[in-house]
Design a protein around this ligand. Sequence first.
Ligand code: PLP
Length: 381
Amino acid sequence: MKPATLCIHAGSHPDPSTGAIMTPIYQTSTYVQEAPGVNKGYEYARSQNPTRFALEEAFALLEKGKYGLAFSSGVAATDAVIKLLAPGDEVICGNDMYGGTYRLFTKVFEKFGIKFHYVNMQDIANIESHINANTRLIWLETPTNPLMNITDIRAVSALAKPRKILVTVDNTFASPYLQNPLDLGADIVMHSATKYLSGHSDVIQGALMMNDKELRDQLYFIQKSCGAVPGPMDCFLVLRGIKTLHVRMERHCENGKAIAQWLRNHPKVGKVYWPGFEDHPNHAIAKVQMKDFGGMISFELKDDSMDAARKVLSSTKLFALAESLGGVESLINHPASMTHASIPREERIKNGLSDTLIRLSVGIEDVDDLIEDLEQAIGRE
Ligand SMILES: *Cc1c(COP(=O)(O)O)cnc(C)c1O
């Protein structure tokens, strides 16, 4: 099935009892059994829920994987992957990634004896130099949040496979419509379904997709044992969001491209971070592993004062000043004080995230209106 058809039909089966075309919201905690131990495959909703199962099937199909698992948030999905590990295990991950992932690794899991190496993931030799006998997992995010760096998924997977190191890709920024890491050799794909998969800024949810049955069974065991499952209403909302993923992503990409180019030509704008530029350091890899470049853009002003950045951040009218991304409406965000505030300042600066970086999640409004809004917020003189 082609991607557009898949978005609409993945996981959708008419309800067997009524024929309802939309997956019902099975708002129940338990299921009546005919006799002790005799049931229809559903016992208790932390372990089994038909709405969640429909969504998990859609997750798997969208990422061209065999299995999907839904979690109550993106960080709960990340948490489940790290729980595959044991004290003494080591993880290699990016020095430029979502602030909440960094917080989970440093503040929650380090104290359980798991060691994380935060490295530059654009350099494969650098990743290789951090591998040792204890390395169990490489965690990568591409494109990264918020600097839009790209890691070569195929090269990292080729490095990891012979050493039996798991590769997990946080594919949130690309969405399954633009990039499919399992096809490139990754073992697990993670999504914050809160973002593009849901697409309407109305739900918090996470996803994991994989091909290996044993890995799926371990992660399902963690999902039901630790209990970070999403409710059926939230599963319904994400299933509904997915039906328009392809049309939304195409417009996000189109608008993102127009705005990235407009920003780059603006006399008051400094560096623009967007992997679609031919002179982006990893453009060649992005072109190979992504279908298009998405709707996320970061930029700095030539005037690098906090006042100048603050003025733009508080002057947009259509771009709402808010955390999160991937919804139909455009958002503007200040990573240093908002999404990435949990990373210590010296770490942020060392890794290229300046105090004045501005991040845009370009929505699917009319692009002329979006540009007009940025024009009045940035100003000309
Ligand atoms: C938002 C986000 C997460 C965390 O997901 P939640 O759904 O907020 O828990 C992880 N990775 C990236 C890249 C994100 O943008």
